[in-house]
Design a protein around this ligand. Structure first.
Ligand code: NAD
Length: 463
């Protein structure tokens, strides 16, 4: 019997590793307690990667994609269990999209100047070791898409996981290291911190060998990385409005807004957080929302106030209810709802907490606007200048164009659920690091690169 060379390679590596006391994910599996040791290991790995070829980077990231696809359900289940947030079936979709729809080495374009004085190349080159701070809302998805883009760009990465999601984050890193070693890549190219803390994440951000910081999270961490004095990508909060005008297909708009708003129990920063509907179609929109089989519509003002008191604490979202199922939240205000219910909705004034706060809960307030102009003004105000995501349901091209232009959001979705804007049911690639404040937009391989110029004088111009 002839043994395939790759299989033989794996067997030899496996035997060597076991003789050296390593697991198949390397000696550490990429998990470190000490920040300095983590950065040193990632620095060594980055130098090794940079000496390898682009084809090697592709092989490494292709192997990560292939090997982790078989773990998507396991990772999604572990995330729900550890964070106690979100919906399993939606996390599966998000993880699959992160693995299969994140760009790779093809996203490293070269530009060139050529003329009488020769040839100059503009190339995208790695930063070195990146410090990446990840959220509790999409922990594994963020690790997957960030590490694919960062490795394809030639970097290594040290993740600082959210304390509420570090077990699953670190398990994902171990699986990634196993895949990297299998593909012939360096040990500790992707590392993470066990027992994460604010102290450790601050130590990581200040470490001199960390050349770039990427923060995926709320306003606090984005502000911290932007004040670090290092190159930083800030992917921060949103509060996406869904505007609906009189020309929209109202039945479809309701279906799409419900689907987007309750996706993973509203944890994605891109999910619809409030609907703003023009007066002309307001009643018909509400009628459709009430009749949606997955929506529980609250009409009694005392129940709406009881819900507000439950989910808003000291003027901020009460984290006990972040990403929880609608039926669970309803039960806490004495309402028994069937398991089919995924969303709680009600009519609200524009200034209501449900509209103004980024709740990250399956709760959709519906606001009445007298006309399109007012709807657009309200949308702009409710988005709070985050420039993150907005959605519009309309058949009027002029209104769609005006709204898209005025909202200035990184993602603008027309006549579809918000998740179409991150490549789930819409064209375009996927990322879970959407950098509005620093302008990279939907991050990908090229976001993790330095622009470098390489000039050769008086040669290679053949025109
Ligand atoms: P979070 O801000 O509580 O935590 C994010 C990460 O930052 C965690 O790892 C946390 O430990 C760390 N952190 C927070 N403050 C810190 C500080 N002062 N110093 C050091 N580390 C700090 O966010 P979360 O609750 O996990 O996620 C939800 C928030 O993130 C929402 O606001 C959501 O909109 C946003 N988010 C944005 C994107 C995007 O791509 N723009 C993606 C996911 C989540």
């Amino acid at each position: 019997m002839k043994i395939d060379e790759n299989v033989l390679d794996c067997i030899v590596k496996e035997v060597m590793n076991s003789l050296e006391g390593k697991s198949d994910a390397g000696q550490t599996g990429g998990v470190f307690t000490d920040v300095n040791e983590a950065v040193a290991a990632a620095k060594k790995a980055q130098r090794q990667l940079f000496r390898m070829t682009l084809a090697d980077r592709k092989k490494i990231t292709d192997t990560i994609r292939q090997d982790l696809v078989g773990h998507v359900e396991e990772l999604s289940r572990m995330t729900v269990e550890e964070t106690k947030m979100g919906r399993l079936e939606d996390k599966i979709q998000k993880n699959r999209a992160a693995l299969l729809n994140t760009p790779g080495i093809e996203d490293l374009p070269t530009s060139v100047f050529s003329g009488d004085r020769g040839l100059t190349l503009l190339e995208l080159s790695p930063f070195g070791v990146i410090g990446s701070i990840t959220p509790s809302t999409n922990p594994t998805e963020t690790v997957i898409c960030n590490c694919i883009g960062m490795i394809c760009a030639g970097n290594s990465v040290v993740f600082s996981p959210h304390p509420g999601a570090y077990r699953v984050t670190n398990y994902t890193v171990q699986l990634i290291n196993k895949a990297i070693l299998k593909a012939g890549g360096p040990e500790n190219l992707v590392v993470t911190l066990s027992e994460p803390s604010l102290d450790k994440s601050n130590q990581l951000m200040k470490h001199p060998d960390i050349r770039m910081l990427v923060a995926t999270g709320g306003p606090g961490i984005v502000k911290t990385v932007l004040s670090s004095g290092k190159k930083a990508i800030g992917a921060g909060a949103g509060n996406p409005p869904a505007l609906v005008d009189q020309t929209a297909d109202i039945e479809k708009a309701v279906k799409n807004i419900v689907a987007g708003c309750c996706f993973d129990n509203n944890l994605p920063c891109t999910s619809e957080k409030e609907a703003i509907v023009v007066d002309e179609v307001f009643e018909y929109f509400v009628f459709n929302m009430k009749n949606h089989p997955e929506t529980y519509f609250l009409e009694d003002p005392s129940q709406i106030e009881a819900l507000r008191k439950l989910v808003v604490k000291d003027g901020k979202p009460n984290k006990d209810y972040t990403g929880k199922n609608a039926a669970y939240i309803l039960e806490k205000i004495g309402i028994q709802a069937s398991g089919k219910i995924k969303l709680i909705s009600c009519v609200a004034d524009f200034n209501h907490d449900f509209v103004q706060l980024e709740l990250l809960m399956p709760i959709l307030p519906i606001v009445r606007a007298k006309d399109r102009e007012e709807a657009l003004e309200m949308g702009l105000e409710a988005e709070h200048g985050n420039r993150h995501t907005a959605i519009c349901h309309s058949k009027d091209i002029d209104f769609l164009s005006l709204t898209a232009k005025e909202m200035q959001t990184t993602i603008f979705v027309k006549n579809a659920p918000s998740f179409a804007g991150i490549g789930i049911g819409g064209e375009g690639y996927t990322t879970f690091t959407i950098a509005g404040p620093t302008g990279e937009g939907l991050t990908s391989t090229k976001s993790y690169c330095r622009h470098r110029r390489c000039t050769l004088v008086d040669g290679f111009n053949i025109r």
